[in-house]
Design a protein around this ligand. Structure first.
Ligand code: ADP
Ligand code: ADP
Length: 224
């Protein structure tokens, strides 16, 4: 997987310049995007996820243009926004089965195998039949990962996933990211230094819409 962000700028209707000629290359493995609130992380994540067009510049995922080829990009990308909604009355099990059907996996046996594996992988097997409204913040985040993995994406973007999680849930979630990061590229957007220090071989620091530093956490964080 190769994500190329070249000279991306975005100014909102209220005049806020959220992204300023930002250039960044992201390869395989887990990539940390660290920056304070208001740095432009969500703006950049929404741009990569095809939810918001930049004013200028380009973003390509394995050569596929996120502005011009939105549907193609959506097929190979999983996105967990900062606050994502779940259908509260459904269980994780039912929801994943529905999504798998929508994805065209109609053979019941194949679907069950896939959904069961995802529930185990995300540590939700025991709670799989409970309604999503009863889930804790950490469980919802892990369910979001299960949902994203169902599409077999090349890239998963998670935006501030550990905000509001207690330390045990945070560890559990970060461990899950680390395990899926071996197979799928993960971009972890966060304002928490420890999240990237522990998990990401490569990272960038972003502030006021610009990349300040880029490299391994040991190089990058030493300079702070
Ligand atoms: P655009 O110029 O991209 O259309 P707008 O300023 O019109 O952007 O806002 C688009 C949406 O984003 C609106 O629903 C608005 O409520 C919301 N919004 C506005 N300001 C902010 C902000 N500072 N942070 C997050 N969302 C915002
Ligand atoms: P971060 O995710 O790093 O907190 P954001 O991308 O959410 O940063 O925000 C970058 C800047 O753009 C902030 O000043 C924010 O208030 C502003 N902003 C974000 N979304 C919108 C929007 N839809 N409309 C207007 N301003 C926005």
């Amino acid at each position: 997987m190769s994500l190329e962000i070249v000279g991306v700028s975005k100014t909102y209707g209220n005049g806020v310049k959220a992204l300023k000629n930002l250039t960044l290359s992201i390869g395989n493995n887990m990539f940390g995007l660290l920056g304070p609130n208001g740095a432009g992380k969500s703006s950049l994540m929404r741009t990569i996820a095809t939810l918001q067009d930049p004013d200028s510049g380009s973003v390509t995922l394995d050569g596929i243009d996120v502005v011009k080829q939105k549907n193609e990009v959506r097929r190979i990308l999983g996105y967990l926004p900062q606050e994502f909604g779940v259908y509260p009355r459904m269980s994780a099990l039912d929801m994943l089965h529905h999504l798998a059907v929508l994805k065209g996996i109609t053979a019941a046996g194949e679907r069950r195998e896939m959904v069961d594996a995802l529930l185990h992988q995300t540590n939700l097997w025991d709670a799989g039949k409970k309604s999503l409204s009863t889930y804790s913040g950490g469980m919802k985040q892990r369910f979001g990962i299960a949902q994203a993995l169902l599409a077999n994406p090349r890239l998963i973007i998670v935006d501030e996933p550990t905000a509001g999680l207690d330390p045990a849930e945070r560890n559990r979630f970060l461990n899950l990211l680390a395990s899926i990061g071996r197979d799928v590229t993960v971009i972890l957007s966060t304002h928490i230094v420890e999240d990237v220090r522990e998990l990401c071989p490569r990272m960038a620091i972003i502030a006021a819409g610009e990349v300040l530093l880029e490299g391994s956490p040991s190089e990058t964080l030493r300079a702070l």
